[in-house]
Design a protein around this ligand. Structure first.
Ligand SMILES: Nc1ncnc2c1ncn2[C@@H]1O[C@H](COP(=O)(O)OP(=O)(O)O)[C@@H](O)[C@H]1O
Ligand SMILES: [Mg+2]
Length: 245
């Protein structure tokens, strides 16, 4: 179980404003939670605090009952937490096979197993295994390779930050199926930051984050209509256009 207790985060660069304000959230084991909400609302920051890429200004983060607020990224990774960046880093000189091998912790990871992980994100092992994870790969390819490496790691808590970004429709379908299957297997807890209705509809709980706090939470059926009406309500151009028709 993941628990955020009254988590706030501010940095002087943001003019002393709180990027996150008093966020409390519990994610029971084996559930799939989707964080959604407007750009700049604080979703990525929340994910980074959970992974340990930044430390909260106040509040606590508990994982399986242990206070991990001050633990390093490595210590959190050892405890089974993994995070897929919104914009994944590239690693010159490291091949896709190296990355999957390191992630799995199995030095003898077979081509078949690599193929298994890559297929789940819509990539073919023959085309990618020996490619370097460098700038020769497109944004969508790097993104999918990173997701494959998270699958290879088999973490207990998987956090995916906008996995749909830069991905073609076919691969997106494949990825959605993968999330659905992982969830059905119940082996991991998943937190997915997404704006996609298809991913949101897979969630046990949808959490709408905006202005640094939790604006709404509930089932996909409850929240999806709210998101749609909030979006229209908060956009003056759309509201005006709607009134004029
Ligand atoms: N280190 C930082 N310095 C200044 N502003 C930041 C920093 N990190 C995040 N922010 C700001 O905090 C807000 C939330 O960012 P983010 O968590 O990336 O939002 P989201 O992922 O919901 O789009 C944004 O306005 C962003 O510019
Ligand atoms: Mg983000």
């Amino acid at each position: 179980m993941l628990e955020l207790q009254h988590v706030s985060y501010s940095v002087p660069e943001a003019g002393g404003l709180d990027i996150l304000r008093d966020v409390s959230l519990s994610v029971p084991d084996h559930t799939l939670v989707v964080l959604t909400g407007p750009n700049g609302g604080g979703k990525t920051t929340l994910a980074k605090l959970i992974m340990g890429l930044a430390a909260p200004t106040s509040g606590r983060i508990l994982w399986n009952g242990e206070d991990i607020t001050r633990l390093s990224i490595t210590e959190r990774a050892r405890r089974g937490i993994s995070y897929g960046f919104q914009q994944p880093p590239r690693f010159k000189g490291i091949t896709v096979r190296d990355l999957l091998t390191m992630a799995s912790g199995d030095k003898t990871l077979s081509k078949d197993r690599c193929c298994h992980f890559l297929t789940r994100v819509g990539l073919c092992a023959n085309d990618y295994l020996d490619r370097e994870v460098d700038t020769s790969l497109s944004g969508g390819e790097v993104k999918r390779i990173e997701i494959a490496s998270i699958l290879a790691r088999g973490a207990q808590l998987m956090i995916f930050d906008e996995p749909e970004a830069g991905i073609d429709l076919w691969s997106f379908s494949r990825l959605t199926e993968t999330f659905e299957q992982l969830h059905a297997k119940g082996s991991a807890t998943m937190m997915i930051i997404s704006h996609q209705e298809r991913i949101i509809s897979l969630a046990d709980e949808v959490v709408v984050v905006g202005e640094g706090k939790i604006l709404h939470r509930g089932s996909a059926d409850e929240i999806l209509p709210k998101i749609l009406s909030d979006t229209l309500g908060s956009c003056p151009v759309l509201s005006k256009g709607g009134a004029a028709q």
